[in-house]
Design a protein around this ligand. Structure first.
Ligand code: FRU
Length: 431
């Protein structure tokens, strides 16, 4: 059982997949290579939760079994239809042999098709009998790439089902839109793109908040060094499948590690996001990969906020009176910084200077690069809610206006500050 953060049960995990509240439980699948702590021929691992805090791993749901997914079941989403769980994902087939590692492709030698599998209970997946290819590999490069077209996001519109895929055309990221009346037959309708947002778009997600559309993409090859997920306003016209995408974007997270997020509605309808925290080396048990805490998304005056999910906030009820007793695992710290203020969380240092919050993990991270991250200007106030776990520190600034999430290794059990900034520290009651 994982508490607070879902992490790899063994081997490797990356993107969250098929996140859904189905028949009274949260189901969260994930990209998984069970045999070694490195990326390889992808399976979908599967975990369930009653509260978005405790996650129980229940084995592998999907594994390669058909011609079109013979070398991997890449990312995708879940929907509920007629009381059935339907998973849409990208099936991958390698086209060039890799004698040194048959689990990995060589030279982008693979093709991608969009596939579907359904389950009537959400736990049993017939990988041999129930899989179908719903969108074959693309053959027209003017529409998209035969290799890099993937990560179906499927949702119910007013009168039809829609599927959005990430792809690449002319070295530019792009979205493809398909429409279906029955989730079985899909017609390609239109594409949308923006220049200067990377050469390929992965893991697209689209949803509405109070009637206004939000698009999240994970572009490859944007300016910020490693790939980072971005979000922006977008409007989707269901009649024509056209999406107008705002030029203005913000980062999903201003730390260095979050990628490939996915959203679902929680049981009360709140739009909730979970993302993969990229890790440079294994955690305890020789496993690699974990997810951030669930975040509730809201749109306030045109800005997209990511706040900790209400279940997480409600769970941290045990107050720690003396900071000297701080245990930097499973803790929630509330603090406000004034100019020049800083907090040292077991070697992970937060500092507020010139209206910008900086996080410095050089003492608790194995690489010199990617040690520092910072928010945009904060408008004169710096109220923090920090979630601390053994390998992840998540800093929510000003009620989720910006978030800084960073992977860490070897945090010490002490919290210190150069000011009276520390206000309250909490942990989970049963921890
Ligand atoms: C994003 C991604 C997806 C793909 C999956 C493969 O991290 O590259 O685009 O489906 O990971 O594991």
């Amino acid at each position: 059982m994982d508490l607070m953060h879902l992490s790899s049960p063994c081997g490797w995990i990356n993107d969250p997949n098929g996140f859904i509240y189905f028949r009274g439980k949260y189901h969260l699948f994930y990209q998984h290579f069970p045999y070694a702590p490195q990326w390889g021929r992808m399976h979908w691992g599967h975990a369930v939760s009653d509260d978005l805090i405790r996650w129980q791993h229940v084995g592998n749901a999907l594994f390669p079994s058909k011609f079109d997914d013979s070398d991997g079941c890449f990312s995708g989403t879940a929907v509920e239809d007629n009381d059935k769980l339907r998973l849409f994902y990208t099936g991958v087939r390698y086209t060039e042999p890799n004698p040194e590692n048959t689990n990995c492709y060589l030279n982008e030698g693979f093709v991608s098709a969009q596939m579907e599998i359904s389950s009537s209970d959400g736990f049993t997946f017939d990988n041999f009998g129930e899989k179908r290819t719903v969108v074959p590999a693309i053959t027209n490069p003017e529409i998209g790439s035969a290799v890099n077209t993937r990560d179906p996001k499927v949702w119910r519109g007013k009168d039809a089902w829609f599927m959005m895929l990430g792809t690449s055309a002319d070295n530019c990221g792009r979205l493809l839109f398909y429409k279906s009346s029955d989730l079985t037959d899909w017609d390609y309708v239109a594409f949308a793109e923006l220049p200067n947002r990377g050469r390929m778009w992965e893991c697209p997600d689209y949803f509405e908040l109070d009637g206004k559309g939000v698009l999240i993409i994970s572009p490859i090859g944007m300016e910020k060094g490693d790939n980072q997920a971005i979000c922006m306003r977008a409007d989707f016209d269901e009649q024509t499948c056209t999406m107008s995408i705002s030029e203005n974007y913000t980062y999903l997270d201003y730390g260095m590690d979050l990628y490939a997020p996915q959203t679902a509605c929680d049981k009360d309808g709140a739009r909730t996001l979970i993302a993969w925290a990229r890790m440079p080396q294994p955690i305890s048990g020789g496993r690699i990969g974990m997810f951030c805490i669930p975040r509730e998304i809201s749109l306030i005056d045109g800005h997209i906020f990511f706040a900790p999910h209400k279940n997480i906030l409600a769970a941290f009820t045990k107050k720690i009176e003396f900071l000297s007793q701080a245990n930097c695992k499973k803790a929630m710290l509330k603090a406000s910084l004034t100019d020049g203020g800083s907090i040292d969380i077991g070697g992970f240092i937060l500092g507020y200077n010139d209206d910008v919050l900086t996080a410095d993990r050089s003492a608790v991270f194995p690489h010199r690069t990617h040690a520092q991250s910072r928010t945009p200007a904060l408008g004169g106030k710096c109220n923090l809610l920090v979630f601390i776990d053994e390998n992840l520190v998540e800093v929510f600034v000003n009620d989720g206006m910006y978030v800084l999430t960073n992977v860490v290794y070897g945090l010490a059990d002490s919290i210190n500050s150069n000011s009276d900034a520390l206000s309250e520290l909490y942990t989970l009651p049963d921890h």
